[in-house]
Write a protein that binds this ligand. Structure first.
Ligand SMILES: [Zn+2]
Length: 114
């Protein structure tokens, strides 16, 4: 079947049948690779566990964010390198977040692993 990538708009052919839900959030292999989507989903591969730095370009300017292990598809809008140490709830207290329905949705919104 043919399906459009929600990130780059390329239409690609996939061998397996996708559900409507999967089709509406399809990310092509090139975008999966470029964004680090698999890494986002597997906190065991995060070099800076329990955080994974993300970046996004907004009108040509870089924006910083990060994921937190066990936090689900939620982007914390801040610089992971400026976090203080301490218990997790204190470390992330006050940092604005953006919740997504899935890690694919994070990639669709332009975030990539930094
Ligand atoms: Zn793509």
């Amino acid at each position: 079947m043919m399906v459009g990538c929600t990130v780059c708009d390329n239409v690609v052919s996939v061998l397996s049948d996708l559900t409507d839900q999967q089709r509406s959030h399809y990310v092509c292999p090139a975008c999966v690779e470029r964004s680090g989507l698999f890494m986002m989903k597997d906190s065991g591969t995060w070099p800076g566990w329990p955080f994974l730095p993300l970046k996004k370009s907004v009108k040509g300017f870089p924006e910083c964010g990060f994921l937190v292990d066990d936090g689900g598809p939620v982007t914390y809008l801040g610089n992971v390198f400026e976090l203080k140490s301490g218990p997790m709830k204190d470390v992330v207290a006050g940092i604005p977040t953006k919740e997504y329905g899935s890690f694919e949705a994070i990639v669709e919104d332009g975030w990539v692993v930094d």
